[in-house]
Design a protein around this ligand. Sequence first.
Ligand SMILES: [Zn+2]
Ligand SMILES: [Zn+2]
Length: 256
Amino acid sequence: MYDLPVVSLKDSVSEQEWQTRVELAACYRLLVMHGWDDLIHSHISARIPGTDHLLLNAFGLTFDEITASNLVKIDIEGNIVQEDCPFTINPAGFTIHSALHEARHEDQCTLHVHTNETVAVASLEEGLLPLSQYSMFALASLAYHDYEGLAVNDKEKQRLKDDLGNANFFLLKNHGAITLGKTIGDAFMHMYDLTRACEIQLQVQATGQSAFMVDQSIVDGIKAQANIVHSGQTGGQKAWPAMMRKVKRAYPDFDK
Ligand SMILES: [Zn+2]
Ligand SMILES: [Zn+2]
């Protein structure tokens, strides 16, 4: 009863789907490496480029059990669309992702965590403050969503879309954090930056001493630069292959 079904899809899916599966499995393993997995309650969803299908973790697996082949292919409503799939997904957990993928068709990946640091900052009335260089990336593209309880209904789905707007960083008050990215690597790098920003803010605040806040004019100036630095050629694109190699060394089975 504890054994996982072993599946191998490498030779039965498109090259694009396989590449998305490998990168998404790597991202799940990176969550384990960073302690962002929250038992089994974080989620990362990714669109298979050129299709309306998404990949999501099989519900109940720890993230160090996730492989390219055991990710589950679903449609935007969360229906499983792969044949003979021995796994299920968490439909309640997928609701937020479904709303965000609907709203942001151009973004491949939605990464959602409940780390202490992001929940803590998302629960502060003043939210994320311009304290560290890491906070600059997030503040350049940050939105908030009010807490409405555990279940997400259709009306909240619409409010999620409205609140997100064009932002890539999304703090869910009292709940956690979401980042979006044009690629899986970009979404991961965004979450790395946001997490560092939240950690540093809480450490500064814990000293109880007054701190230098970055001037708003500098925050505004960085909005244009942030997209260049941490996505595209210079940021995510460079760091992501290195992250993939790091995952391969730690978990040689992730791309099976
Ligand atoms: Zn989620
Ligand atoms: Zn959540």
